[in-house]
Design a protein around this ligand. Structure first.
Ligand SMILES: C[S@@+](CC[C@H](N)C(=O)[O-])C[C@H]1O[C@@H](n2cnc3c(N)ncnc32)[C@H](O)[C@@H]1O
Length: 440
C-alpha cells in the first residue's frame, strides 16, 4: 500500500524548522577515496524532500574570510548561493552529525536536486528526489560543472584498487575542536507553501531565492554545491537568474568553475618541495637515529649514541656536523641534538635521509625509527606529509597519496578526519594544532 505523501515543501519546512534529519536515510562508509555517503533505507518518490544541507549561514564577506583561512578539505563544505539578490554561504565544515553535508556528487545520474527554500525569510538548501529512489540507493546530486578531482573514472578505479585494504571510516566524526557556530535555529511552519524552491548546486556559484528561481540561478547556484576543494572567492560572481524549473527538469549546468586559488596552490607547491625533503627523512630517519644506524659524522660519538634532535635557532658560531660549513653571519634554523649538542642544516639532514633511503624498506624504517624520533620532529613530519598528501590529492595523484600516508603510517581512511581536525586546530592556535598532530 502506498504511504500518504506529505507535500514535499511542507515536509521540508517541517524538518528544517525542527533542525533534524528525516528518517529513512543512513550514513554509510563507501571507500577511502569517496569517504562517507548518504543512503536510503526506505523508498522515496520523485519530488520528495530528502535532506537539508545544514550549516552556518554566513554572508559573502565572512565566506570570503573563511576561504582565506580554510584548508581545501574544509572548503568543499562551503556551499555558496544567491538569495534575495545577495551572496550567501552555508558553511557545513563542522562535523555536526547532520546528513546533508555528507551527500556526494554525481553529475551523471544524480538521485536528487538541491533547491533554495525561503523559510521565514531565510534561505535553506534542501535536497529533493529527482526520481524515484529505492531503498539502499545513494543520495547524490550534481555539484556543478567544475573540474572536480573525483570525476575521473580511471582515477577512481585505481584508488579502489590501492585502497581496498583500508578499513572503513567511522560514519560521523564529532569535532569538538571547532569554534564554528551552528546554523540558524528553527523557523515557523505557518508560511505559505511555495510552488518550488530554487535548485542549488555545490561549488562556487550561488543560488537565488524562490522568487528569483531562474535558469541563471541554476547556473550560479550550481556553485552552491558543497564548494569544490579550492574555489577562489572571485568565482562567486553571480550571474543573472534563469527562469524557474521544477524538480522534474534536468539538472542545470554549472556556471562557475571550481579551481584552486593561486595562493593556495602556490603555497602548496612551495610546501611540497620542502615536504619532499622532510618526508624523505621518514626513511632511514637521520634526525634522531643512533649513530651506528647512520653515516652522520658525530663529533663525540662516545657521548651520544642516540641523537635527540630538535628544530631550533642555531648560533652563527655553530657549524653543521655534516657539511662543516659556516652558515651565515646570523643565527640559522636547523636541528640540534639535545644530547651531544651537535647541529645540522635541515638540508644536510634531508640529504642524509635520502642517502639512506634504499637501505631498508620504508615500513621497516618507520617502525624502527619512529619510536626514537623526537616528538617535535614527528609533529613536523606528520604535518608535512599530510600537507603533501593533500597536494597529491589535488593533483589527482592517488598513488602519491597512498605513498605519503604509508610513510606516516596513517591509513588513508583516517587521513581525512585527522587532517580536518588539524586544520581546524590550526585556525585557532598553533598549540592546538600540535596537539592534534600529536594524536595522529
Ligand atoms: C561535501 S563532502 C561529501 C561527504 C564526504 N564523502 C565525506 O565523507 O565527508 C565532499 C567531498 O566528498 C568527496 N566526494 C564527493 N562526491 C564524490 C564522488 N562522486 N566521488 C569521490 N569523492 C566524492 C570529495 O572528497 C569531496 O571533497
Amino acid at each position: 500500500m502506498r504511504r500518504r505523501r506529505i507535500p514535499p515543501r511542507e515536509d521540508a519546512v517541517c524538518h528544517v524548522s525542527a533542525g533534524r534529519d528525516k528518517l529513512g536515510l543512513d550514513i554509510h562508509y563507501i571507500n577511502a577515496f569517496k569517504g562517507r555517503g548518504i543512503f536510503t533505507t526506505v523508498p522515496f518518490q520523485k519530488g520528495d524532500f530528502l535532506l537539508e544541507y545544514r550549516g552556518k549561514l554566513i554572508p559573502k564577506e565572512e565566506c570570503e574570510r573563511r576561504h582565506r583561512v580554510y584548508h581545501d578539505s574544509l572548503k568543499v563544505f562551503m556551499f555558496e548561493f544567491k538569495f534575495d539578490g545577495k551572496l550567501w554561504c552555508v558553511d557545513a565544515s563542522q562535523e555536526d552529525g547532520s546528513l546533508g553535508r555528507l551527500v556526494n556528487d554525481n553529475h551523471i545520474s544524480p538521485s536528487a536536486k538541491m533547491k533554495i527554500l525561503n523559510i521565514n525569510g531565510k534561505p535553506h538548501l534542501c535536497l529533493f528526489a529527482s526520481r524515484d529512489i529505492s531503498p539502499g540507493e545513494e543520495i547524490d546530486y550534481n555539484y556543478g560543472d567544475s573540474d572536480w578531482p573525483w570525476r575521473c573514472k580511471a582515477e577512481t578505479s585505481q584508488i579502489e584498487k590501492t585502497v581496498s585494504c583500508l578499513k572503513p571510516q567511522p560514519n560521523c566524526i564529532p569535532n569538538n575542536d571547532l569554534d564554528l557556530k551552528h546554523p540558524e535555529p528553527e523557523r515557523d511552519l505557518d508560511e505559505e507553501m511555495p510552488q518550488q524552491g530554487s535548485e542549488a548546486m555545490h561549488s562556487s556559484s550561488v543560488q537565488d531565492s524562490e522568487e528569483a528561481e531562474t535558469s541563471q540561478i541554476e547556473k550560479t547556484v550550481s556553485c552552491l554545491k558543497p564548494q569544490p576543494n579550492c574555489i577562489p572567492n572571485n568565482d562567486l560572481d553571480l550571474k543573472d537568474p534563469e527562469p524557474e524549473r521544477d524538480l522534474d527538469e534536468e539538472m542545470p549546468q554549472q556556471g562557475s568553475e571550481a579551481m584552486h586559488s593561486s595562493s593556495v596552490q602556490d603555497s602548496e607547491e612551495a610546501e611540497t618541495s620542502q615536504i619532499e625533503k622532510t618526508v624523505s627523512c621518514l626513511k632511514p630517519q637521520p634526525n634522531c637515529i643512533p649513530n651506528n644506524d647512520l653515516d652522520l659524522k658525530d663529533p663525540e660519538p662516545e657521548r651520544c649514541h642516540s641523537h635527540r634532535l630538535v628544530c631550533t635557532t642555531i648560533s652563527s658560531l655553530d657549524k653543521c656536523i655534516q657539511c662543516v660549513g659556516p652558515v651565515s653571519s646570523l643565527k640559522w634554523l636547523g636541528y640540534k641534538c639535545k644530547v651531544c649538542l651537535g647541529v645540522w642544516h635541515k638540508s644536510c639532514l634531508a640529504k642524509l635521509a635520502n642517502q639512506n633511503c634504499h637501505q631498508s624498506t620504508q615500513k621497516e624504517e618507520i617502525s624502527e625509527y619512529s619510536g626514537r624520533m623526537d616528538c617535535h620532529i614527528q609533529f613536523w613530519i606528520k604535518y608535512q606529509a599530510m600537507m603533501m598528501a593533500t597536494t597529491a590529492y589535488q593533483k589527482k595523484n592517488m598513488c602519491q597519496i597512498q605513498s605519503h600516508m604509508m610513510k606516516i603510517q596513517i591509513k588513508t581512511s583516517h587521513y581525512c578526519q585527522a587532517h580536518q581536525k588539524v586544520c581546524y586546530a590550526k585556525m585557532t592556535s598553533p598549540k592546538r594544532m600540535n596537539n592534534q598532530i600529536q594524536q595522529i
